[in-house]
Design a protein around this ligand. Structure first.
Ligand code: ADP
Ligand code: MG
Length: 257
């Protein structure tokens, strides 16, 4: 569904992503974790073509990113970045309208099909009752769901999320992640998300990709990847790892080394 082959990205003279390869299968949820500045956001931007790759290839389905137009890409994937910003006077419904734009010629009005899809996205995210609300008046958790509704209205095959739970309290973090998991299950939506919380990555992912200095340090199931040794090496932190009844690991952070 998504394949990166030796992707490298640099900002001017600084190489940020180096020879990065990984593959995400259809319907998987993959979390990307790694220290601040390790290149996680840059990798997502490279996948969307927002930042050009210096070398390597990105395949979305069978198609190579370079052979696709921006419109083609936005019909295949939606990305929500770390800090979403919208004009303050926009309602939730208006925001969701933007999800339909990649599917329309600029001079075409929204049609019944567009309204049907927008309605579906609003219902699925539980945002239908907030449709008239201005986006800036929503709480952090509600705003994140409004953005997810917009992303869904795009009818993407792949959803890319950059730290979707930042600034949310613990309950709302779980709320958003549960919604993402539901969308993954019900729509077979492939999800690649950058997460900070190792326990969230463990709970909500089929696979975890650990990024260290712009490269894949480890990639596999949470059980395979989230070990004391790896967390010590990548984050410089000592942990206790608890695995109950073969479930995904729970990480207890002890102290810095
Ligand atoms: P992460 O998301 O893992 O925290 P980023 O991908 O945002 O990391 O950044 C990786 C590195 O690239 C950092 O050292 C950051 O300072 C640098 N960087 C990010 N964006 C830019 C930019 N627009 N111009 C120059 N350097 C950048
Ligand atoms: Mg980032």
């Amino acid at each position: 569904m998504l394949k990166l082959e030796s992707m490298s990205i640099r900002y001017e003279d600084k190489s940020v992503v180096r020879d990065f390869s990984f593959e995400v299968l259809p319907g998987e949820v993959v979390s990307i974790i790694g220290p601040n500045g390790s290149g996680k956001s840059t990798i997502l931007k490279g996948i969307t073509g927002l930042i050009p790759c210096e070398s390597g290839q990105v395949f979305i389905g069978e198609e190579e990113l370079r052979s696709l137009s921006i419109r083609d890409v936005s019909r295949l994937l939606s990305m929500l970045s770390q800090a979403n910003s919208s004009p303050t006077d926009m309602t939730v419904e208006e925001l969701v309208t933007f999800g339909r734009m990649p599917h329309k010629k600029w001079y075409k009005q929204l049609n019944d099909e567009d309204y049907r899809i927008m309605e579906w996205a609003l219902q699925l995210t539980g945002m239908d009752r907030y449709r008239e609300r201005l986006v800036y008046s929503l709480s952090g958790g509600e705003a994140q769901k409004a953005w997810l509704a917009m992303a869904l209205a795009q009818c993407p095959k792949i959803l890319l999320l950059d730290e979707p739970t930042t600034y949310l309290d613990i309950a709302h973090q779980l709320d958003v992640l549960e919604l993402v998991k539901t969308l993954n299950r019900e729509l077979q939506l492939t999800v690649v998300m950058v997460l900070h919380d190792l326990n969230h990555a463990s709970m909500y992912s089929d696979k975890v990709c650990v990024v260290k200095q712009g490269n894949v340090r480890a990639y596999g199931s949470p059980q395979e990847v989230l070990t004391r040794e790896l967390i010590r090496e990548v984050y410089g932190v000592e942990t206790d790892i608890e695995i109950k009844n073969n479930s995904n690991p729970r990480i207890h952070v002890l102290h810095k080394i």
